[in-house]
Design a protein around this ligand. Structure first.
Ligand code: DC
Length: 230
């Protein structure tokens, strides 16, 4: 009989360091890493290219032709779209905004939730996104919510984009990030917010490895909820 998959969720706003951390955590636990932002980005870009607007029927037809999967393991895990890896074109702040808009649509959220739950039903995961602990995997073994000030996050996003060879303007990134956060936090379905049983970590107070150490400390304590007794 297969063991029940271990699910660890990492949620939080843009640029908070979720991806770096989720990859390192997945590596240290030797389990897969699921980048759900990449799924919203890919869908947002496709809907934009096809000029769907809010046409539900058209969106449903497009989603019916999309199949997401996960290949590779640990930090090398990568989301696939119709069996191909996603390219760097989804990583711009503009596509982030398209993803955030697509994420407001119930039909898109339902489709991706089902996909993510199917993947997590058979594979142990570090699942990264906005609603992993609150909506998609409410029964996850451990839940973390990372936060930091918009300035800290914008600085981090600029260096991340530059390391990928994408030119970035700090002021513009900060403005776009604040707008995207507002959109993600106030949407009607699955808004960005910590699950009630999530550990909230202010990443601005730590170096990246410090956050990883803090998470390992929680995992080793065996406490599934903040404040719970071991
Ligand atoms: O994590 P990211 O920046 O790649 O995410 C891009 C957008 O996708 C984000 O602004 C909102 C949306 N998103 C979402 O609504 N739910 C998720 N689980 C992941 C991303």
């Amino acid at each position: 009989m297969n063991a029940i998959p271990l699910i660890i969720t990492i949620d939080g706003p843009a640029g908070v360091g979720k991806t770096t951390l989720a990859r390192k955590l997945a590596d240290s636990l030797d389990i897969a890493y699921l980048d759900t932002g990449a799924m919203f980005r890919a869908v947002g870009l496709i809907l934009e290219r096809k000029g769907c607007g809010h046409d539900q029927e058209k969106i449903k037809t497009i989603l019916a032709g999309i199949s997401f999967g996960l290949e590779g393991s640990a930090r090398q895990s990568s989301v696939t779209l119709n069996n191909s890896r996603l390219g760097p074109e989804i990583r711009t702040e503009e596509v982030g905004m398209l993803a955030s808009r697509a994420g407001q649509l119930e039909v898109v959220r339902d489709f991706l939730k089902e996909t993510q739950q199917r993947i997590g039903g058979s594979t142990s995961l570090v699942a990264e996104g906005r609603d992993m602990g609150s909506v998609v995997f409410p029964g996850a073994r451990y839940k973390f919510f990372l936060d930091a000030s918009p300035r800290t996050r914008a600085e981090r996003r600029v260096s991340q984009l530059e390391s990928m060879g994408i030119k970035a303007d700090y002021g513009l990134i900060l403005a776009q990030m604040i707008k995207r956060d507002e959109q993600d936090r106030t949407r009607a379905i699955a808004p960005l917010r910590p699950a009630p049983d999530a550990y909230v970590i202010d990443t601005g107070k730590y170096c990246p490895d410090g956050v990883l150490e803090e998470i390992h400390r929680v995992l080793q304590s065996g406490n599934k909820q903040p404040g719970a007794n071991a």
